[in-house]
Design a protein around this ligand. Structure first.
Ligand code: CA
Ligand code: CA
Ligand code: CA
Ligand code: CA
Length: 450
């Protein structure tokens, strides 16, 4: 049986595994302190109950909006506008409102003053810019650079959220999930056909009490994460958004199925991985995240991947953290070339390829943010981690959002959208199939046209 290891749970500030525990704790605390500072900043500037504060009140600069008193006819409105030396560009059909431009050489401010003196006019105002309220209230959002950052080295999540914030089911095949984490609990998949804690396999699928996820190592629903890796991955996919705490997943709302097949040390096996895939596919999941790898090729895994393919399931895979070309020295499942495998490298805040990230212009499909990624962690905390393990769930969440946008999209449609509708900073040239870093906004615009 091939041994699989998770591919990315390096604490950001201590990438050297030999780092002593106290230093690790100290650096984590440092990060926590940094986040609390961020929280204070966000809370004071952008109260959750006042989304307007998020958006700077800019306005269209070439015209004014003029509201007229009730009963003023269309002809009288145009006459009033002309009398003030303005020009009506257009008007609303049922409300007494016109868009009014200034004549050449005139200023909007001067026009505004003249319009305000007219008896027909009720108000004059700028045409304020309005954006959809798609900025969630989660205080750690400022540290989630992969979703949005000022340099735009991100997946354009904010722009995509104007279209969709809810995802279809995603299975996280990992070390389990902290089933009580306040920033995850409402987004965890529940198996409604299974009665919890009665010691019976109510839905007759071979797993006892698999009500919230499963542990395929024990055939029971005790998928509690004692490692932290799976909890971190789950939060990247679907940390509960806009709830005023912690982080936001790529999916604001979603259904993350925890399929535990690795132990507390982040180790599993190919047969358990295969069983995990089988479990999720059988439960109707169409997107699976696989943040693990092995240098051994496994037929059991290949069978499971084929089975998933027959059922139309996309498996999003971490490329691995050896910093090597996996076209030349393959790792699995990342290097498999099945049509339903989407392999993800890790990008950095500078839009480079992370130094640890594997790559390969055949085997690796796309890059996504995977360095210093803040997410949920066991014991109800948050933590930044680096790895292709973090990049993969960013993309699995994207796939979940795309599939919610277009439920007819096949795995092949999803794969096309994600790996072709990319940004192409130079760092990814010849490193991944289409030289790009994922962009959720471009992908969702594409999937909507299918
Ligand atoms: Ca952006
Ligand atoms: Ca069951
Ligand atoms: Ca039961
Ligand atoms: Ca949250």
């Amino acid at each position: 049986m091939a041994r699989l290891v998770l591919v990315g749970s390096r604490p950001v500030a201590s990438p050297n595994p030999a780092t002593t525990e106290p230093r690790r704790i100290a650096t984590v605390l440092l990060f926590v302190a940094a986040f609390l500072a961020g929280l204070a900043c966000v809370t004071s500037n952008t109260p959750a109950d006042d989304p307007q504060n998020v958006v700077a009140p800019t306005a269209a600069g070439d015209h004014l909006v003029v509201g007229f008193n009730p009963g003023v006819s269309g002809t009288d409105r145009i006459r009033a506008i002309s009398a003030a030396s303005g020009r009506e560009m257009s008007s609303l059909k049922r409300l007494a409102i016109s868009r009014v431009a200034a004549r050449r050489g005139d200023s909007l401010e001067a026009l505004r003053r003249r319009l305000e003196t007219r008896p027909e006019v009720r108000y004059v105002e700028p045409d304020y810019e309005v954006t959809a309220d798609a900025v969630p209230s989660d205080p750690l959002l400022l540290s989630q650079w992969g979703l949005s950052n000022p340099a735009d080295h991100d997946i354009d999540a904010f722009e995509a959220w104007d279209t969709k914030t809810k995802c279809s089911k995603v299975a996280v095949l990992d070390t389990g999930v902290d089933l009580n984490h306040p920033d995850l609990v409402s987004n965890l998949y529940k198996n409604s056909k299974e009665k919890p804690d009665n010691g019976k396999d109510d839905d007759d699928n071979g797993y006892i009490d698999d009500y919230i996820g499963v542990n395929v190592r024990t055939n029971r629903g005790d998928g509690v994460d004692t490692d932290g890796h799976g909890t971190h991955v789950a939060g990247i996919v679907a940390g509960v958004a806009d709830n005023g705490i912690g982080v936001s997943g790529v999916c604001w709302k979603g259904s993350v199925m925890s399929v535990k097949f690795m132990n507390a040390l982040g180790k599993g096996s190919s047969s358990y991985a295969a069983e995990g895939i089988e479990y999720a596919v059988h439960k109707g999941v169409k997107i699976i995240n696989a943040s693990f790898g092995s240098t051994s090729k496994s037929s059991a895994m290949e069978d499971a991947i084929e089975y998933a393919k027959e059922k139309g399931v996309l498996i999003v895979v971490a490329a691995g953290n050896d910093g090597k070309n996996i076209d030349k020295s393959p790792v699995y499942p990342a290097s498999y070339t099945y049509g339903n495998i989407l392999t993800v490298a890790a990008s950095t805040l500078d839009d480079g390829l992370a130094s640890f990230s594997n790559y390969g212009e055949k085997a690796v499909d796309v890059a996504a943010p995977g360095e210093n990624i803040t997410s949920t962690y066991i014991d109800d905390i948050y933590k930044p981690l680096s790895g292709t393990s973090m990049a993969a769930p960013m993309v699995a969440g994207m796939a979940g959002l795309l599939r919610a946008k277009n439920s007819d999209a096949t795995y092949s449609d999803l794969k096309t959208a994600i790996r072709r509708k990319v940004d192409k900073p130079p760092a990814f040239k010849d490193k991944v199939v289409y030289d790009g870093r994922a962009n959720l906004k471009s992908a969702i615009d594409y999937i909507a046209t299918l």
